[in-house]
Design a protein around this ligand. Structure first.
Ligand code: PBG
Length: 340
């Protein structure tokens, strides 16, 4: 039998091949790895989303988000205190509104004493040192779970914008520091900025959910705020198609021109390319929302023993920093802050 002529020794040595460059040199020890680490996750990068519900001294677990619960306002105040103690700069609140208070137009969003506004007042009073971000959108308040006024199967843009701007003023009046419009209607940022300024809230900032995609990763959130079973159809006529990048840039450019102080990318991990492009193009404060489905995936795989949940949590959050984000809205915030 003849031996095939396969040369097993390389003709050139590794040093000849690499020109003596060896990238592993700096990876050899923990100290050298730390020395060259380019991105760092700190507690200052964290925004903690908190779910609210009516009642007192109670909480309800959200089954698709292990470790996350809805809190009554008094309990939410305690949670905000915990976050502030750990140095988390800001929380973001999301209400689960009773079915009886929901209607076709989401009118309860404008009530100065609705759940979200009462929570803001209570948290501001007890924990003045933490920033409060309120999501302004109609979906927690509509009987159909859409972010806009629905008429004859269509989401009516301009009427929704007026409604959302009025809701934003009530949120600012309650003490919100940052208004975060999440409905993707055209013209909402400018309308909210005008409404805030006209009512004396020049110092209330706007974090625009500028690039919000029509995503499958919001499922557990809809359970959390009780819209899951209400929502008919999808949100494709107002959220961005997951296939598009240039369109996301145009959205961000438009929102900045209308007065947004900060941009947000949502969901997070599947959209890191968007975060990087926004940061490189506009160089403004840019945030990502690691949404409910992303959280649920890490938790579920970890519960099955398929991944190390804690390592995956840190790695996923560091990835946002690498992509250029200034911070992350994450359900892991408290957990991470405790471990940092
Ligand atoms: C809608 C809104 C959504 C989330 C927050 N506000 C998306 C949606 O329900 O369509 C999702 C947050 C998450 O999934 O963690 N205004």
């Amino acid at each position: 039998a003849t031996t095939p002529a396969i040369a097993i020794t390389p003709e050139r040595s590794v040093d000849e091949i690499t020109g003596s460059r060896r990238l592993r040199r700096m990876r050899k020890a923990d100290w050298s790895r730390r020395l060259v680490q380019e991105n760092h996750l700190t507690v200052d990068d964290l925004i903690w989303p908190l779910f609210l519900m009516e009642g007192s001294n109670a909480e309800e677990p959200i089954s698709a988000m292990p470790g996350v619960a809805r809190h009554t306002i008094d309990r939410a105040v305690r949670q905000a205190e915990r976050a502030a103690k750990l140095g988390i700069p800001a929380i973001a609140t999301f209400p689960r509104i009773e079915q009886s208070l929901r209607d076709e137009t989401g009118s309860h969003a404008l009530d100065a004493d609705n759940l979200i506004n009462r929570a803001t007042r209570a948290i501001k009073q007890a924990v003045p040192e933490i920033g409060i971000i309120t999501d302004v959108a109609l979906d927690p308040f509509t009987s159909h779970g859409h972010d806009g006024i629905l008429r004859d199967g269509e989401i009516i843009n301009d009427e929704t914008v007026s409604q959302v701007a009025a809701a934003a003023v009530e949120q600012a009046a309650a003490g919100a520091d940052i208004i975060a419009p999440s409905d993707m209607m055209d013209g909402r940022i400018g309308a909210i900025r005008d409404a805030l300024d006209r009512n004396g809230f020049q110092n209330v900032a706007i974090m625009s959910y500028a690039t919000k995609f029509a995503s499958a990763f919001y499922g557990p959130y809809r359970e959390a705020i009780g819209t899951g079973s209400l929502l008919k159809g999808d949100k494709k006529t107002y959220y961005i198609d997951p296939a598009n990048t240039d369109e996301a840039l145009r959205e961000a450019e438009q929102d900045l021109a209308e007065g947004a102080d900060m941009l947000m990318v949502k969901p997070g991990l599947p959209y890191l390319d968007i975060a990087r492009r926004l940061k490189d193009t506009f160089a403004v404060p840019t945030f990502a929302y690691q949404v409910s489905g992303e959280y649920a995936m890490i938790k579920a795989a970890s519960a099955n023993g398929w991944i190390d949940g804690e390592k995956a949590m840190f790695e996923s959050l560091l990835a946002f920093k690498r992509a250029g984000c200034d911070g992350v809205l994450t359900y892991f915030a408290l957990d991470v802050a405790e471990k940092l």
